[in-house]
Design a protein around this ligand. Structure first.
Ligand code: HSE
Length: 446
């Protein structure tokens, strides 16, 4: 069978993994795809990186390190010989131009670019729709976990109710280290960077932006909504204190940076923030740089997907799965394909996205209070007046020479704006020192 020709833009970690796995498993992949998938051209600003990749793979690729490597990525998207463009350079500037140009030239696209899809997905998918080409993006979310396939196809019978995921490995690694070693956030960040987990700009990881990009795409394919990245509530882990991780553990919870999206009667919740989860949940025990996504469908119940969320070969595995899909579907009638965002394009509904003040959650509160009669009574009265029910409470002994004690309260579910008001009133009590620490809590049970 005639091979399908692929142009690879970006030969860094993921590009390298894709090239290696595709070369190593060529035979097996061809048996699945029905025809060979051949990388025929590679682009990298630093051509030596791409040449090295070809040289390292030894004989058998048929590639010429002089003729088949370029530093001009546009020569790939404009090459009439290329059927599929794989974009692995990331970012929203050049990558966007390249993808739109590839689409315009009638080429199918495979990308791992979560930021680009979360911010400009509506434009990109509309362009692809018009041209009848596929834009595949399994590698954009949770690395090697086939979560797009699962949500978009495997769960097609279901009304998806909610999705909650550990979709950033860097922050999960940092939180795991903070818990296991009792270290502060800043001490662990450097290690994560050294291990190569963090994005080029660590702010994207630690401030929850990378997770928010992925969550936006998950919500789109889960609920059939267009991308609305500016409406995602984002709170990272950089201000999280290890004392809260410890107290949470004493109460039977783990703290994870979760991306959560829920369909409610009033609209869609779309939020990334540190979250307490009961330690008995499987997802609470996902440690290190691993990812996991819980998806609740009305028919299937809760389903959990676990695996490597980053790395050369795991992410390459997702890129190649897309290449196989595209190869099989390339010549098919575009109307018979799985829609980009799971729902037919004219069936996407712009459900309202709820402001964070409108979401419903349980809460963990930590306050520093003078250890004297009546203080707890004042605090519980404030919560009671706002119909916020207390689930558990713990008071720590003041340290030697200190007059203030840490009080930790877990509440039942309430609407966030009630909690905002209650916290403001608690902070105004003369016996309360400083700010109240608030972390949202999700049972993730039903
Ligand atoms: N920086 C990401 C993470 C990996 O830490 O999960 C790629 O999405």
């Amino acid at each position: 069978m005639k091979p399908i020709n692929v142009g690879l833009i970006g030969t860094g970690i993921v590009g390298g993994g894709t090239f290696t796995v595709l070369t190593r498993n060529q035979e097996e992949i061809t048996r699945r795809a029905g025809r060979p998938i051949r990388i025929v051209k590679l682009a990298n600003r630093n051509m030596a990186r791409a040449q090295e990749l070809i040289q390292k793979s030894g004989v058998g690729t048929g590639l010429d390190i002089n003729k088949d490597v370029t530093d001009d990525a546009f020569s790939i998207v404009n090459d009439p010989n290329i059927d599929i463009v794989v974009e692995l350079i990331g970012g929203c500037t050049v990558a966007k131009d390249l993808i739109l140009q590839a689409i315009n030239n009638g080429k199918h696209v495979v990308t791992a670019n979560k930021a680009l899809l979360a911010l400009h997905g509506n434009e990109i998918f509309a362009a692809a729709q018009k041209k009848g080409v596929i834009v595949a993006f399994e590698a954009a979310i949770a690395g090697g976990i086939p979560i797009v396939k699962a949500v978009r196809e495997g769960l097609a019978a279901n009304r998806i109710e909610w999705i909650a995921g550990i979709i950033n490995g860097t922050t999960n690694f940092i939180l795991s280290e903070m818990r296991e070693k009792g270290l502060a956030f800043a001490d662990v960040l450097g290690e994560a960077q050294r291990l190569g987990y963090a994005e080029a700009d660590p702010t994207f990881d630690v401030e929850g932006i990378d997770a928010a990009h992925k969550l936006m795409i998950l919500a789109a394919i889960g609920f059939g909504i267009p991308m609305q990245f500016d409406k995602v509530y984002i709170e990272g882990i950089s201000k999280l204190a290890s004392v809260d991780i410890r107290y949470a553990e004493e109460l039977g919870y783990r703290v994870k940076l979760l991306g959560i999206t829920k369909r409610t009667e009033k609209g869609v919740e779309l939020r990334v923030h540190p979250t307490l989860i009961p330690e008995k949940r499987l997802i609470a025990n996902v440690n290190g740089a691993m990812n996991a996504v819980l998806v609740k469908g009305d028919a299937v119940g809760a389903t959990l997907y676990y695996g490597a969320g980053a790395g050369a070969e795991p992410t390459g595995s997702s890129v190649i799965a897309d290449l196989v899909d595209v190869t099989r579907m390339a010549t098919s009638d575009p109307h018979q394909r799985v829609p980009h965002l799971a729902f037919q394009p004219d069936q996407l509904i712009a459900l309202p996205i709820l402001a964070i003040t409108e979401i419903h959650s349980a809460y963990y509160l930590r306050l520093r209070a003078l250890d004297k009669p009546g203080v707890l009574a004042d605090v519980t009265r404030i919560l009671g007046d706002r119909s916020i029910s207390i689930d558990a409470m713990m008071q720590k002994e003041p340290a030697e020479n200190e007059t203030e004690a840490d009080i930790v309260i877990l509440t039942h579910i309430t609407v966030e704006h009630q909690m905002d008001c209650a916290i403001a009133e608690i902070e105004a009590l003369p016996a309360i020192a400083g700010k109240v620490t608030r972390i949202r809590l999700e049972e993730l049970g039903k």
